[in-house]
Design a protein around this ligand. Structure first.
Ligand code: HSE
Length: 419
């Protein structure tokens, strides 16, 4: 069934009745003007008490997927594999779909794009990247030109919350993570947040709408905040930086796109500097307009529900993503062939091989912790075995892209400290 005009009633089949699902149910109950009603909810645990009539619930997904009256499936469950079945079946059954499932979308993006185009049904997922911030629709609609210089943002609320609590409020990492879980920001497997998987999933989605690049998320270099150390925060403070987990994509001079998720030192003059707690912030740079900054709540039940509602409302005027940038004559291409200025710290027991650097600019060592600042060839990070480990933390500098290929420079002192 297609959703043709403002008058069409949205008959919703909802998967999941967690914080977001229940919030959505309540809002729709209280807002009849939306002309949208939840007809059935599929849940996994029928034994749980719910604040909605019992007859609303089922544990059988087919009750929703095969119901011809249901013209919209809203998928808000945790399990990305089950979500894949639900979303792909719904699209094949010509139902519009709204989903918040970043993992599912990032991991199956090419196929999901093909399905929605083949069956000519909308699949909207604004809440999957930065929750309440309408960044997907803006990238899709407004920045439809090849002047888009880059996007860089804090796209994971939990890790930003943890960094704020640990480095500013002196909570332990474990306490901060527990709080993020309690507040409902964290994934049910919080390793997805902490190790940067959630952020790279979101970057994957943004890349498709910004540049028409559809890449498996695991092929994009990424890490999280799991290996950051107190010594890194001390270093950052001395230099006047904040440490943030930043997802970024940048168009290089050769037109190719660099993309990664790595911790970054952020200076006071960056809009990202003051993004705290579960807030997200995304800077979009375009050659003519310079920088634009989107800021808002990137996690939590209401911010997520607000984006789901906005997608539902967009279905009423038959909005769908067109993925125009995928059809550019010369589609954009990802590259790992560029140089970055990075800081790497490591403990005395593990030495970062000096060959990894093209140029070492600064180093210091003590019995407890050493750090090196230098320029690396980004492709060296594709082998994560030397830098993605507990004793090593890698942080990107502000304005980290180095244009010119530096001549390999190393002093004898550098070799002594690093070998
Ligand atoms: N775990 C996610 C985050 C939830 O912390 O950003 C919102 O996508």
């Amino acid at each position: 069934m297609s959703i043709q005009n403002q008058q069409t009633k949205l008959n919703i089949g909802l998967f999941g009745f967690g914080v977001v699902g229940e919030g959505l149910y309540k809002v729709l109950e209280q807002t009849p003007t939306l002309n949208a009603q939840i007809k059935k909810v599929c849940i996994k645990h029928p034994e749980k008490r719910r604040s909605a009539p019992e007859e609303l619930f089922t544990i059988d997904p087919e009750v929703l997927l095969q119901d011809n009256d249901i013209n919209v499936i809203v998928e808000l469950i945790d399990d990305a594999d089950a979500a894949y079945y639900i979303v792909s079946t719904a699209l094949k059954n010509k139902k519009a779909v709204v989903s918040a499932n970043k993992k599912l979308i990032a991991e199956h993006l090419a196929e999901l794009i093909a399905l929605q185009q083949h069956f000519k049904v909308p699949f909207l997922y604004e809440s999957a990247a930065c929750a309440s911030i309408p960044v997907i629709r803006n990238l899709e609609e407004y920045y439809d030109n090849d002047l888009l210089h880059g996007i860089s943002g804090i796209v994971n609320g939990s890790t930003n919350y943890i960094l704020t609590k640990v480095f500013e409020e002196k909570l332990s990492f474990e306490e901060a993570l527990l709080q993020a879980q309690y507040e409902g920001f964290a994934e049910s497997d919080p390793a997805l947040d902490v190790e940067g998987t959630d952020a790279v999933n979101k970057l994957t989605i943004l890349l498709a709408h910004a540049y028409g690049i559809v890449s498996p998320p695991q092929e994009i270099v990424h890490t999280g905040i799991q290996n950051l150390q107190a010594a890194d925060a001390v270093f950052a403070r001395e230099k006047g930086y904040e440490i943030k987990l930043v997802a970024q994509a940048r168009k290089l001079d050769n037109g190719k796109i660099a993309a990664f998720v790595l911790p970054q030192f952020v200076q006071k003059d960056s809009q990202l500097y003051s993004v705290r707690n579960e807030y997200n912030g995304v800077i979009i740079e375009s050659r003519l307009a310079d920088k634009q900054f989107f800021y808002g709540k990137g996690a939590g039940s209401f911010p997520t529900a607000s984006a789901v509602l906005s997608d539902l409302s967009a279905l009423r005027y038959d909005y769908k993503y067109e993925y125009k940038k995928l059809r550019y004559q010369e589609p954009a291409q990802l590259t790992n062939d560029f140089f970055l200025r990075v800081y790497i710290s490591f403990d005395g027991l593990f030495h970062v091989p000096h060959e990894k650097f093209e140029k070492i600019e600064e180093w210091s060592s003590s019995d407890r912790r050493c750090h090196v600042t230098g320029i690396i060839r980004f492709s060296r990070l594709l082998d994560a075995s030397w830098w993605k480990r507990k004793s090593v933390s890698l942080i990107v500098y502000p304005d980290a892209f180095v244009d010119k290929v530096p001549v390999k420079e190393r002093t004898e002192k550098d070799v002594l400290i690093l070998v």
